[in-house]
Design a protein around this ligand. Structure first.
Ligand code: SAM
Length: 268
């Protein structure tokens, strides 16, 4: 089985006991209408997560201060007051699908001048990130448990983000599942609205088909322009650490595509 076949099996069967379950194709809930067109499904559910006792203790101690629960069914809330939450006014970056937060932590440490919000459905991943924050005393990360699309739509205001990061989103390789992919034209439209002028969307994937799909969707969004980090100065770094996930992709011979767009300023 190819590497992507393995990833496919992971995405569909769900190796993790608390991985999100998407509604089946028959449910008709993959998309819904919105001001941004057809956004990917937000009917993600998260099953019970088994946390270790250390993770649970850290969660109980730190989540009330550093985390927000925005899963479907949580009390509805408006946009987050990030200034109050971080205790300062700094450029804001949102990472969707942070997994266990390896990149989140390293990138937040490398750019202490930025405030970083990590969004993930997978509770144990968030608990691992909380434990890492605890042991490193990093102060510029906050966490939201929920669907990144809902978070962008309901908790983030227009023109507020300096960066959006999406690293190795689930590729959903089967054609009939492509509509479940996180990065769709409607997602780019929503991200374009939430970015400040000059803000950056940085995506990375090791799946060639998804890379093409992402490139086409991003290039079709009129409020975004491809950025070349080698020649342009960007407000956020696009240097990522190599995660365990990425090492596996390299070992399997998959090339990683880095896709970067910028929301042009009016004087660009
Ligand atoms: C393949 S993993 C990559 C994790 C991490 N970014 C990395 O590079 O190691 C994709 C992650 O995205 C999360 N995810 C998928 N759809 C999501 C959504 N709509 N909102 C938030 N997280 C999502 C999954 O739970 C999973 O942890």
């Amino acid at each position: 089985m190819s590497h992507h076949g393995q990833m496919h099996a992971q995405a569909e069967v769900g190796l993790r006991p608390d991985s999100p379950a998407l509604p089946g194709p028959e449910s008709g809930e993959q998309y819904r209408g919105s001001a941004w067109g057809r956004l990917p499904a937000t009917g993600l559910r998260s099953r019970h997560s088994a946390l270790s006792s250390t993770q649970r203790q850290t969660w109980d101690r730190l989540w009330p201060e550093l985390g927000i629960d925005a899963l479907a069914g949580s009390p509805r809330r408006g946009p987050v007051d990030t200034r109050a939450w971080f205790g300062r006014d700094a450029p804001l970056v949102l990472e969707i699908g942070c997994g266990s937060g390896t990149s989140t932590l390293a990138m937040a440490q490398a750019e202490p001048q930025l405030d970083v919000i990590a969004v993930e459905i997978y509770r144990r991943g968030l608990a691992q990130l909380l434990c890492a924050i605890d042991s490193t005393n990093v102060t510029n990360i906050r966490l939201i448990r929920g669907n990144g699309i809902d978070v962008l739509k309901d908790l983030v205001t227009s023109n507020s983000l300096s960066g959006v990061r999406v690293f190795f989103p689930d590729p959903w390789p089967k054609a009939r599942h492509h509509k479940r992919r996180l990065l769709q034209p409607a997602t780019f439209a929503l991200v374009a609205d939430r970015l400040i002028a000059g803000g950056v969307l940085h995506a990375a994937t090791d799946h060639p088909g998804y890379a093409e799909h992402i490139a086409a969707a991003g290039d079709a969004e009129p409020r975004l322009a491809r950025a070349d980090p080698r020649t342009e100065t960007l407000p956020i770094s696009i240097v990522r650490p190599t995660t365990k996930y990425e090492t596996k992709a390299h070992d399997a011979g998959s090339a990683v595509s880095e896709l970067v767009w910028r929301k042009p300023k009016s004087d660009d």
